[in-house]
Design a protein around this ligand. Structure first.
Ligand SMILES: C[S@@+](CC[C@H](N)C(=O)[O-])C[C@H]1O[C@@H](n2cnc3c(N)ncnc32)[C@H](O)[C@@H]1O
Length: 335
């Protein structure tokens, strides 16, 4: 179980802690057995595998947080500074007067620093450290610094990547710039790209958008991402391509629900918290399974990632097309 979640739950056990609430909202919701006993809990989770786990635990989830206030709002924030602060602001926005805001984070993502940040807006804060994580909570006494929360809220608004028309949002992959690995891939794609394509781990849609602009013989691209916020940005970035695109909030490690002529891919190799080469390997397996015979895979990856061995174990022949200091391009074909 996520140690930050274990630590979060400590805020509700013992003297001087937060009383188990009648109603609560959980942003970045992750399932914990004790939460099933809470009478009225609403969860919000942008990441598909965690949302599925929440649903499986029989807990209620909203895809978009309703315009309501709750006496307790809990948050397990993301990793980047802007995403974390904007999630504090989102939690504050949904907190009823006199309510308690509870946040938990691993020390490795700066729990101490962000506790201090939150206390700049809330004043008095209580903190518990355990499991190499910290949970901290503050009670709204009417004196919170709403100007600071408004600044943090703005950090989470949609924004453009400078010099482009691409829309992104704090917290999603490569929200500040076009990923150089993906740029390298686009520059090396062959001119005969056509038919039905998939873009697993599409993020905000760079690969699909550029491919559709450059290769008119592409009939359709299905974009798959586990992060609902990234997919929402992709929808905006591919607006106008409605007839040639499909958007899927989907965990690619569970396979792809289609058969494709070609797959474009810059696979993830961490799950948002830890480096996980197995995640990238699972992407390769899903891609290999869903290519038609003769179908082609166009892959970019960090040079050190051991993907060639995975390709050897599938029915794909592959070539390393090029590499630079950081990335390698591997093109493969299904036998
Ligand atoms: C390296 S990024 C590439 C993004 C995009 N293709 C680009 O080139 O900018 C990998 C993407 O995979 C997504 N991802 C991570 N785990 C996933 C999973 N299990 N299923 C689907 N997508 C996932 C991440 O949200 C991220 O957007």
């Amino acid at each position: 179980m996520n140690p930050a979640l274990e630590t979060l739950m400590l805020a509700f056990s013992g003297e001087g802690r937060v009383a188990a609430p009648e109603r609560a909202l959980f942003l970045g919701a992750e399932a914990h057995p004790e939460l099933r006993l809470w009478p009225d809990l609403t969860g919000w989770q942008a990441l598909k595998p965690l949302a599925v786990a929440w649903d499986k635990a029989g807990l209620r989830r909203e895809h978009v947080v309703p315009a309501e206030k709750w006496p307790v709002v809990m948050v397990l924030p993301g990793k980047s500074r802007d995403a974390i602060l904007s999630e504090f602001a989102m939690a504050r926005h949904h907190l009823a007067p006199g309510g308690t805001l509870v946040a938990a984070m691993p020390n490795t993502t700066g729990a101490g620093r962000f506790e201090k940040e939150l206390s700049k807006a809330t004043g008095g804060i209580t903190s518990i450290q355990k499991n190499k994580c910290r949970v901290f909570f503050a009670v709204d006494d009417g004196s919170w610094n709403e100007t600071l929360f408004a600044e943090w809220s703005a950090l989470g608004e949609l924004k453009k990547i400078p010099g482009t028309d691409y829309t992104t949002q704090a917290g999603i992959f490569s929200s500040e710039r076009i990923d150089p690995g993906s740029q390298l891939l686009i520059e090396h794609l062959p001119g005969d790209l056509s038919g039905n394509l998939a873009d697993p781990g599409s993020g905000w849609g760079f690969l699909s958008s550029e491919a559709l602009k450059r290769f008119p013989k592409i009939k359709r691209i299905d974009l798959f991402d586990s992060d609902a916020r990234a997919l929402d940005c992709a929808r905006l970035n591919l607006a106008g391509e409605d007839t040639r695109t499909g958007f899927h909030w989907h965990d690619v490690t569970t396979g792809l629900p289609g058969t494709y002529d070609a797959i474009l891919m810059n696979p993830p190799f961490h799950d948002g918290r830890t480096t996980d080469v197995d995640l990238g390997k699972a992407f390769l397996t899903s891609a290999a399974d869903s290519l038609r015979k003769g179908g082609r895979l166009f892959l970019v990856a960090n040079r050190q990632l051991p993907y060639e061995a995975v390709l050897d174990s599938t029915r794909l022949t592959w070539n390393r097309i090029t590499e630079d200091k950081t990335y390698k391009l591997i093109f493969a074909q299904k036998r």
